[in-house]
Design a protein around this ligand. Structure first.
Ligand SMILES: C[S@@+](CC[C@H](N)C(=O)[O-])C[C@H]1O[C@@H](n2cnc3c(N)ncnc32)[C@H](O)[C@@H]1O
Length: 299
């Protein structure tokens, strides 16, 4: 892993300590349960500071376990890493739309989508894993979500069963999770070069299925919590090879320190449009490592 990071051009003396240092704790206010003012008043002792790019996401200095707070139990807040709130911020869900969250468990982003939709329209929160569905439904319940149906299908099915159905789609893809090492070393247990190869094959199928399931004029976001170019630029380039008219949109979030997508990896030149992918690095941004691409389908 370290040799690959070096090959990606990271200075390991800065990158590795930052990757292993836990970022500040952050939470998102769940407006389905309370107003921003009400929740900030209730948590004023923690002195929450806004992250800047999303009015509802705040950092705290304390190492207080947010998941133990009454506000969390009541669904007024969702404890979530800052980076993990970015894909839905970039997706920008709207009330009354039909939206698919293709790999939704345990629901950090599905609950964020439902709140942005103000519990209107329809959210389909899907995940293939029977083991992870209970945490998804528990988080939807705790957050007061009412506009959502939960399905347990391979995301690959949606391109066929719901072709051109959705206004927006989120694919928060299964990935090698290199960006999450400050939270747990679990990623090291599954990480291998062959895992990256296997995951990138799944991701290519998921991104194609998501694109098929999108209405003309629709928008999707592809995100991972890993640095591997095969799983980020490689996956998005694959979509662009098959659908050259798909548009990878530039995204600019206020106060967010990010890098553009890589232009090549190990001799493979990516589609130039992948430079619009947002890459978040732990030595530059107070959050886990993440990659986010916003892709639209022409009318
Ligand atoms: C990064 S996690 C999703 C996290 C979730 N979006 C959140 O924010 O709470 C990736 C998820 O993909 C699911 N998954 C793996 N393969 C899948 C497939 N073929 N179709 C749908 N979901 C899949 C896993 O079970 C896992 O829950």
């Amino acid at each position: 892993m370290l040799a690959r990071f070096e090959e990606m051009g990271f200075d390991l003396s800065q990158f590795v300590p930052a990757l292993l240092r836990p970022p500040s704790q952050t939470f998102r206010i769940n407006t389905l349960k309370g107003s921003r003012e009400q929740v900030l008043k209730s948590l004023s002792l923690l002195e929450p500071e806004p992250v800047g790019w999303n009015d509802l996401v705040f950092r705290i200095k304390d190492r207080q376990k947010l998941g133990n707070l009454l506000e969390h139990f009541l669904g007024l807040i969702y404890a979530q890493d800052a980076s993990s709130t970015i894909p839905v911020t970039v997706l920008d869900p709207q009330p009354d739309e039909e939206i698919l969250d293709m790999a939704a468990a345990p629901g950090s982003k599905a609950t964020q989508i439902a709140a942005a939709m103000a519990n209107t329209g329809l959210l389909v929160a899907n995940d293939v894993s029977p083991k992870r569905i209970p945490s998804l439904t528990a988080n939807l319940d705790r957050s007061g979500v009412l506009n959502t149906v939960v399905t347990r299908l391979p995301g690959q099915a949606y391109g066929h069963i719901a072709a051109e159905r959705f206004d927006r789609v989120l694919i928060d893809a299964p990935c090698s999770s290199e960006g999450t090492l400050s939270r747990s070393f679990r990623a090291l247990e599954i990480w291998s070069k062959s895992a990256i190869k296997r995951l990138s094959a799944t991701q290519r199928n998921l991104i194609m299925s998501a694109y098929y399931s999108l209405k003309p004029g629709g928008v999707m976001v592809y995100s991972t919590c890993t640095f591997a170019p095969e799983e980020n630029e490689g996956t998005v380039s694959h979509l662009l090879d098959k659908f050259p008219d798909a548009i990878v949109e530039p995204t600019d979030l206020e106060g967010l320190n990010s890098q553009p997508g890589f232009s090549e990896w190990r001799g493979e030149e990516f589609n130039p449009a992948v430079k619009n992918i947002l890459r978040l690095f732990p030595h530059e941004h107070d959050g886990e490592g993440f990659c986010v691409a916003r892709i639209s389908k022409p009318n």
